[in-house]
Design a protein around this ligand. Structure first.
Ligand SMILES: [Zn+2]
Length: 263
């Protein structure tokens, strides 16, 4: 029925859904974790606005990749939802293949910015763990400790999103890239770059993208090809024009109103 029409990119079950929890209580290793704190990014940015920006950025990083490997009208078959670890997949949009990613504060030993199950110890965690497992986490308090001056909402988004997309990249089979010697579609730094190799902390304020040729130090990985191979492609959802939705909604409201009148 028309009432059931979904209009966004989350309108159907994908091959894989990652549920992002900004209010986690434990790290991927079961240590204490506290909810995402947006206060360090300034009072002018509400927590919900920062979270919305991050979720939009996540979908952009994975769904808007310019590459000949992803034809027009197609996108990676992965979906992202806001939700709560342990909710049993109720936020996974009917997708039975769902996993959690935590965003919050913690020192999980050695103060990593984030961590995830991934190569080389586990090639493809989404195929190696039971659905419902928390496969990755990022620790924004540790990111804040990098002492970079965040100037606006876009830099705030990039600072957090870079590590979030990076950890998710590990869970779907990606390894680290050096910035030097790597190639990306638009010349941005690779998502899989790391401070442990050559990514300067100040560069975390910039947008990043997955690499078409990633210098792993011992060879190359085409991050985009690996994503296509491991996730597959799906049709890009068609989003109705806003006017169509409004007309449709108005029409439905009219129908309901009339039915009430005759009831
Ligand atoms: Zn990493």
């Amino acid at each position: 029925m028309l009432v059931g029409i979904s209009t966004g990119p989350n309108s159907r079950a994908y091959a894989l859904t990652l549920v992002i929890d900004f209010d986690p209580t434990v790290t991927i290793f079961g240590n204490a974790m506290t909810p995402f704190d947006s206060a360090p990014y300034g009072a002018s940015l509400s927590r919900s606005a920062v979270i919305t920006d991050i979720m939009d950025g996540l979908r952009e990083d994975f769904h808007n990749i310019s590459s000949p490997l992803i034809p027009s009208g197609k996108q990676l078959d992965i979906n992202f939802e806001l939700g709560t670890i342990g909710d049993g997949g109720v936020t996974a949009n009917g997708d039975s293949n769902y996993f959690y990613i935590a965003v919050g504060s913690a020192n999980d030993g050695g103060a990593p910015l984030g961590e995830a199950f991934g190569p080389p110890s586990i090639a493809l965690p989404v195929n190696s763990f039971a659905p419902g497992t928390t496969l990755g986490a990022i620790y924004t308090d540790q990111i804040d400790n990098l002492v970079v001056n965040v100037n606006n909402a876009f830099e705030t988004r990039n600072l957090i999103l870079g590590t979030l997309s990076h950890e998710i990249g590990h869970t779907v089979g990606l390894t680290h890239c050096a910035v030097a010697g790597s190639t990306t579609p638009n010349g941005l730094d690779p998502v899989m770059a790391t401070g442990a190799i050559d990514l300067p902390n100040a560069a975390r304020l910039n947008d990043r993208e997955f690499g078409s040729s990633c210098n792993t130090g011992s060879g190359t990985q085409n991050s985009i090809q690996t994503l296509v191979t491991n996730l597959g492609l799906a049709d890009t959802p068609v989003v109705p024009e806003p006017t169509t939705i409004l007309i449709l909604a108005a029409g439905l409201a009219g129908v309901r109103f009339m039915r009430h009148r005759v009831a």
